[in-house]
Design a protein around this ligand. Sequence first.
Ligand SMILES: Nc1ncnc2c1ncn2[C@@H]1O[C@H](COP(=O)(O)OP(=O)(O)O)[C@@H](O)[C@H]1O
Ligand SMILES: [Mg+2]
Length: 279
Amino acid sequence: MSTLLRVEDLQVEVRSRRGTSLPVDGVSFDIARGETVGVVGESGSGKSLTAMSIIQLLPTRAVSMVGGRILLGNEDMAAFGPKRMREVRGRRIGTIFQEPMTALNPAFTIGYQIAEPLRRHLRLGRAEAQGRVVELLEMVGIRRAAEVAASYPHHLSGGMRQRAMIAIAMSCKPDLLIADEPTTALDVTTQAQILDLMQDLQDRQGMGILLVTHDLGVVAQSCDRVVVMRRGEVVEKRGVHALFDSPSHPYTRALLESMPTRNAGKERLPVISDSGLST
Ligand SMILES: Nc1ncnc2c1ncn2[C@@H]1O[C@H](COP(=O)(O)OP(=O)(O)O)[C@@H](O)[C@H]1O
Ligand SMILES: [Mg+2]
């Protein structure tokens, strides 16, 4: 399989009056086309900073990438200027975040926001973009797509907003989708539907997915391989079955033990092995 993205020895520094720290320190992994790689770890372990480093959208000027390389295909992304990065973010890497209300602009209709990247990156005309908007909304499982396209984000439920975000992320058929806690704000049923949708889009379009989550149930349902992070470092990197069958790092074992009990997640957890998650 060809490597889509390679993160090599990534280091992210945070500077404050009290000094500097390295909340991401030596993280490496890669993602192939058609593959879902999970980055898992408890809150504060450096997952989001890792994801944001890839798209060069670190949260403030006090936070910066100070070591390592990120390769998109064979190209070192450090060489990409701001203009090239804007194009990469729209066309080659799609992003979905936990809270779509912060990513969607409340002042514009859903249709406008899906059309925007189509017009900017693919240079579609107004009518053509409108047609694509409806197709994209239908693709993400939204019925009455024309009606939804004309509505504003606050008119939609959390699940619908997340579907709209996915439509935006997928609009230019990216090679890679970065999803940071995409289902954390959703109820269990909607969460399962959104994960199914991402899987379905991947089956059809073959993009790689980087799925950031603190939830091992989400990992079990969606990932092929898993990177376990703790305090900015990778403590374990395995195929999903191997990870659940025989976690090698004590931290991974502790994470697995802290998973909500079988009842809560039963319907959405696949049977991984007799000794693993299933009852
Ligand atoms: N904007 C920021 N300013 C200062 N420090 C930050 C910022 N964002 C993250 N950090 C630091 O980096 C650590 C890792 O953050 P993050 O990558 O968001 O963790 P995760 O996504 O795994 O919960 C945090 O615990 C915090 O100490
Ligand atoms: Mg995070």
